[in-house]
Design a protein around this ligand. Structure first.
Ligand code: GAR
Length: 211
């Protein structure tokens, strides 16, 4: 099984979706380490409940970003991590760290990239009046929320949505997409060529076509 490390900063609902997927012995990946830059992240509790090793690497304990990242890198290497999943990890990573994990680190973002990069995605989607938004799982590149797209799901924006209602609807799609993207990678079905990723073979999830 592909050895996965998950980086979080908070609630960890996407981590939970990955934990739940990996609980199936047939799933081709396993989470061997959860790293949080925040000691009070609820995702650490989720890891503990699932019997997954969780560790706090707080950016506040280091004089600069490279030393913070070196600590994370050391923990990931010690655990034999082969793929890093960013799941609500809210620190920007240096180009050096990103390049070290090039094509071995993925992220989930709550919009249809390349639209609405960065924070407050749902409020900005509402302000822009788009009729669809969604989520994207992509390989990480040094520029924020850029990189080869693995899968996306489209989610409708409804007339009376506020950003919380929209975030909740997108989150349901995130929890389907992230385990699916992980499975596709672990099965060797994602090829990255430069700035594009291609998924080989059917990408259906539980019989439903993936939008
Ligand atoms: C998720 O919606 C994720 O897509 C988003 O933060 C939330 C984390 O929730 N990530 C970003 O905005 C990254 N730029 P979670 O901790 O419950 O998974």
């Amino acid at each position: 099984r592909l050895r996965v490390g998950v980086l979080i900063s908070g609630r960890g609902s996407n981590l939970q979706a990955l934990i739940d997927a990996c609980a199936d012995p047939e799933f081709p990946a396993e989470i061997v380490l959860v790293l949080s830059n925040k000691a009070d992240a609820y995702g650490l509790e989720r890891a503990r409940l699932a019997g997954v090793t969780g560790q706090v690497v707080s950016h506040r304990d280091f004089p600069d970003k490279p030393s913070f990242e070196a600590a994370m890198d050391g923990a990931l290497a010690a655990a034999g991590v082969e793929l890093v999943c960013l799941a609500g990890f809210m620190r920007l990573l240096t180009a050096e760290f990103v390049e070290r994990w090039r094509d071995r680190m993925i992220n989930i973002h709550p919009s249809l990239l390349p639209s609405f990069k960065g924070l407050d995605t749902h409020a900005r989607a509402l302000a822009a009046g788009v009729r669809f938004t969604g989520c994207t799982v992509h390989y990480v590149r040094p520029a924020m929320d850029e990189g080869p797209i693995i899968i996306q799901a489209a989610v409708p924006v409804l007339a009376d949505d506020d950003d919380h209602a929209l975030a909740d609807r997108v989150l349901v799609a995130e929890h389907r997409c992230y385990p699916l993207a992980l499975r596709l990678i672990a099965e060797g079905r994602v090829r990255v060529e430069g700035e594009r990723a291609t998924v080989m073979g059917p990408a259906a999830l539980a019989g439903e076509p993936l939008l």
